[in-house]
Design a protein around this ligand. Structure first.
Ligand code: NAP
Length: 290
């Protein structure tokens, strides 16, 4: 099948690679063209023009940063005329309301829209084990199911907006678990409790989550290089959750605290670092203390 892929960043690159490996003809576009080089070597067509990329595929995958980028690319004057008859599969994490608004604008231009945000990161994108949450019409989902199976395990969650909401609910947990773990880790270290004792007991308890061990070494080393999921994207998702929950009978005060922590990590220059960089905001290094 002729497929287009817009956005070959950390996640887009391995996803487009899997589609190629599955035998599809894939045309890729990325704002910074150097990030398409490996895909070109693997057999993808590369274009420097998003409208041309949209025209090249019946199905258009998008893995851009956020809703603003999606609107800028898909609804650009030059792209609008290419959308008729296209099926857009949108895989980034955006808000439910943003997703519904984008869908309405795309429908008005003759395109179909399926939101398909994912849980999992670069390793899961590489080996096709992402958990894919789809929101949109059942018939469209059924037609796209085989393609989504190439990328992971898809499940239709409901209508447009509902998969986006579920994804935000899960990322709220990422922020909560990670910042809570960072605080306990910083506390035991400050109290002189051996980290091995802390981890041994935690691992045997009902409180344990596998993400703790995935992030432990990075936090101990304060090494946030080669991120799978950058801090700036987690802050985006926390802000989206806060915006969405503002009109609901929920009290997101704890998450608002995490927003502050992530903002501090970013002001420390860690926007592009792994999100475990929030440890630096939670547990200050000696040199940062008053
Ligand atoms: P990324 O590496 O930062 O890639 C973002 C992509 O969006 C790049 O291709 C970037 O182009 C493009 N972009 C940003 N602003 C743009 C604009 N104004 N116009 C055109 N293109 C623009 O991020 P990622 O990790 O792949 O994440 C992509 C999405 O998936 C995000 O919504 C993220 O929250 C979500 N997600 C990420 C993970 C993960 O583990 N990384 C997991 C699940 C979901 P340039 O290369 O030119 O900057």
């Amino acid at each position: 099948m002729n497929i287009s892929f817009l956005g070959t960043g950390l996640m887009g690159q391995p996803l487009a690679t899997r589609l190629l490996q599955a035998g599809h003809s894939v045309t890729v576009w990325n704002r910074s063209i150097q990030k398409t080089r490996e895909l070109a070597a693997a057999g993808a067509e590369v274009t420097d023009n998003p409208a041309q990329a949209i025209a090249a595929g019946k199905v258009v995958f998008t893995m851009l940063s956020d809703a603003a980028a999606l609107r800028e690319v898909l609804l650009h004057e030059s792209a609008r005329g290419q959308l008729q008859g296209r099926s857009i599969i949108q895989m980034a994490t955006i808000g439910p309301q943003q997703s519904r608004e984008l869908a309405a604008d795309l429908h008005a231009l003759g395109a179909e829209y399926l939101e398909a945000p994912v849980l999992g990161s670069i390793p899961e994108a590489r080996n096709g084990t992402l958990l894919i949450m789809a929101g949109g019409p059942e018939a469209l989902y059924q037609r796209m199911d085989a393609l989504l199976q190439v990328l992971g395990t898809p499940r239709r969650v409901g209508e447009i907006g509902q998969a986006a909401a579920l994804k935000l609910a899960l990322n709220q947990l990422i922020a909560g678990l990670t910042s809570s773990f960072a605080l306990s880790l910083g506390f035991v270290r400050e109290q002189g409790v051996p980290v091995d004792n802390f981890m041994d007991i935690l691992r045997q308890s009902a409180l344990y989550a596998p993400t703790f061990d995935k992030k432990l070494q990075r936090m101990l080393d304060r090494d946030y290089s080669n991120p799978n999921f950058p801090t700036r994207h987690l802050l985006k998702d926390v802000r989206l959750f806060l915006e969405e929950s503002a009109t609901l009978p929920l009290d997101p005060a704890a998450l608002d605290g995490m927003r502050g922590i992530l903002e501090r990590s970013i002001s420390q220059g860690l926007a592009d670092g792994d999100y475990s960089a929030l440890y630096d905001a939670v547990h200050r290094e000696d040199k940062d203390r008053d």
